[in-house]
Design a protein around this ligand. Structure first.
Ligand code: F6P
Length: 323
């Protein structure tokens, strides 16, 4: 391996910069030339390669987002797009590619691997919905941002004895919502993985008041059938009968733009370094992720074919602790 490239794709995640830095510096340490691809797979199609030295990745670790830029690229989902991407990599004489991102990114990585290109994926998405890594880069930061908001909302909710709803990101996965509910001491959590009856939810809030709780807080995942909009609609329609309002805060992209936590920086650093180790060992078509017994690789084909499951015990625990 003489020349490698690195890209970030899909939704940016806090810690991506630390992963880029680790890929660049461990690559240089191995004696390779390292190139950054700007704007993810879109940049691969537009042949946007920039040489990266050790100094180019200085001072980026503490910054959220990605210094390489990211994109969601429709053309790359086509056969022609993918063929063009491989052509561009070959023209630049790139021997190996590191793709930092979540599900969409690793689907793209797998497509390149199937075309015979040496590629290694690095698990990074705030959603934590990627099979092949217990936790992905960006989750810890996003969760802490959600928690800060929840803690603040609880203060004002308690002062006024009000009911609040906080919607968090996560696409079709309820991980962020469940963890935020557990760590934030919410009264209820709504996720895509479980059915929700809005009437039962309203009753849970009423019961919380009856138990003399000073607040009632629901954490809702954006991908749930009853997301913030739908629940708001229900509570408005039934306002007279329920006798209380529900105030809504949607956190949205605020969760994605934070300063990476120590955990995310260390995780990203370890995964970035592991990715160049894989390239050095000729281990291609894999994702590097964190597992309880350390950093491990999983074939990309398995990553894209499988789904991560939320621990059902944590739902029960959340219910019990909301007493
Ligand atoms: O995958 C990360 C994520 O932030 C999801 O939680 C969210 O649904 C999506 O990206 C939003 O995508 P975009 O930034 O393209 O609107």
């Amino acid at each position: 391996m003489k020349r490698i490239a690195v890209l970030t794709s899909g939704g940016d995640a806090p810690g991506m910069n630390a992963a880029i830095r680790a890929v660049v510096r461990t690559g240089i340490h191995k004696g390779w030339a390292v190139f950054g691809v700007q704007q993810g797979f879109a940049g691969l199609l537009a042949a946007k390669f920039v040489p990266l030295g050790a100094r180019d990745v200085g001072g980026i670790m503490q910054r959220g987002g990605t210094m390489l830029g990211s994109a969601r690229c429709k053309e790359f989902k086509t056969e022609e797009g993918r063929a063009e991407a491989v052509r561009n990599l070959r023209t630049q004489q790139i021997d190996g590619l590191v793709c930092i991102g979540g599900n969409g990114t690793q689907t793209g990585s797998n497509a390149l691997a199937l075309r015979g290109f040496p590629v290694v994926g690095v698990a990074s998405t705030i959603d934590n919905d990627l099979f092949g890594s217990d936790i992905t880069i960006g989750v810890d930061t996003a969760l802490n941002i959600a928690l800060e908001a929840i803690d603040r909302l609880k203060v004002t909710a308690s002062s006024h004895q009000r009911a609040f709803l906080v919607e968090v990101m996560g696409r079709n996965c309820g991980y962020l919502a469940l963890m935020a509910a557990l760590a934030g001491g919410a009264e209820a959590v709504v996720v895509p993985e479980r059915e929700t009856d809005p009437a039962a939810l309203a009753k849970e809030l009423e019961d919380a008041y009856r138990r003399e709780k000073p607040h009632a807080l629901i954490v809702v995942a954006e991908g749930a059938k009853y997301n913030a909009d739908e629940l708001m609609k229900y509570f408005k329609e039934n306002r007279a009968r329920l006798g209380f309002d529900l105030r809504v805060t949607t956190l949205g992209h605020v969760q994605r733009g934070g300063t990476p936590t120590a955990f995310d920086r260390v995780l990203a650093t370890r995964l970035g370094a592991a990715a160049t180790d894989c390239l050095a060992q000729g281990k291609f078509g894999v994702l590097v992720g964190l597992h309880r017994d350390g950093i491990k690789t999983i074939p990309l084909a398995e990553v894209v074919a499988k789904h991560k499951i939320l621990d059902p015990h944590l739902f029960e625990l959340e219910r019990i602790l909301a007493m």
